[in-house]
Design a protein around this ligand. Structure first.
Ligand code: ADP
Ligand code: MG
Length: 225
């Protein structure tokens, strides 16, 4: 599903450098990215999603070399292939909860918003327990509810790849388990590949594999795969 080779990435400013000689993620697996704050976990999700491009090396997702696509191609790739749950949820305050869930269909012509999609959005909302709040703005939701909106939005397109960035970081234990159950139930049913950043060691047992970003700071060429 994901194949990274010889990746190096730096932001325009600062000394941070991400170096990943090799990383493979098999289709249908669940992987946790762990590591200290600032070790590049969010950066790598953005590279995999094609939001940013590496300085050198390849990022291949679903046999597409994302790092070689043009900007419009990468945007198209992202909306059709990747479901993203961001660290800060990234819900839009001027849209209702329902329109936030439908957002991927509003921002890209590759996705066609029709009655089937609306029904699916409502069914997802029902399933995660927010169907009575679809007309509200996100600020009138609890953190746990907001995170569930973000999850609904990410899975609405039925993406083969789901990337989540500390999906339980801002949640109390009850909501944490609830959001994880929703995510892992979805993954099990759909066969989607899940890659999730987390600093929460209590949830690592749920994942098939754990990748520790401390390994990407050693200067040696030992690959992580
Ligand atoms: P993590 O998610 O593991 O906490 P990040 O990938 O967010 O780490 O960040 C890795 C490093 O890159 C940090 O040192 C951070 O300050 C820096 N960084 C993140 N985003 C940017 C940016 N847009 N511009 C410059 N530096 C950034
Ligand atoms: Mg981060």
């Amino acid at each position: 599903m994901i194949r990274i080779e010889g990746l190096r990435f730096r932001y325009g400013e600062g000394d941070f450098q991400l170096r990943i000689p090799e990383l493979l993620v098999e289709p249908g697996t669940t992987t946790a990215f762990i590591g200290p704050s600032g070790s590049g976990k969010t950066t790598l999700l953005n590279l995999i999603a094609g939001i940013i491009r590496p300085e050198t090396g390849r990022v291949e997702t679903r046999n597409v070399e994302v790092s070689a696509l043009s900007d419009p191609e990468r945007r198209r790739f992202r909306v059709t292939t990747v479901g993203l749950v961001f660290q800060e949820f990234e819900l839009l305050e001027y849209l209702s909860v329902l329109d936030n869930i439908l957002l991927p269909y509003r921002i890209h012509a590759a996705l066609q918003l029709d009655a089937t999609v609306r029904d699916r959005a409502r069914a997802l909302a029902e399933r995660v327990g927010i169907s009575d709040k679809l007309d509200r703005p996100p600020r009138r939701l609890s953190q746990g509810e907001r995170q569930r909106v973000a999850v609904c939005r990410a899975v609405l397109t039925d993406p083969p790849l789901l990337l989540t960035d500390e999906p339980t970081g801002n949640l109390d234990p009850v909501n944490r388990e609830r959001v994880l159950d929703i995510l892992f139930d979805y993954v099990r049913e759909s066969g989607t590949t899940l890659v999730s950043v987390t600093h929460d060691h209590e949830i690592l047992a749920r994942f098939g594999r754990v990748v520790d970003f401390r390994d990407f700071h050693s200067v040696g060429e030992a690959g992580v795969s």
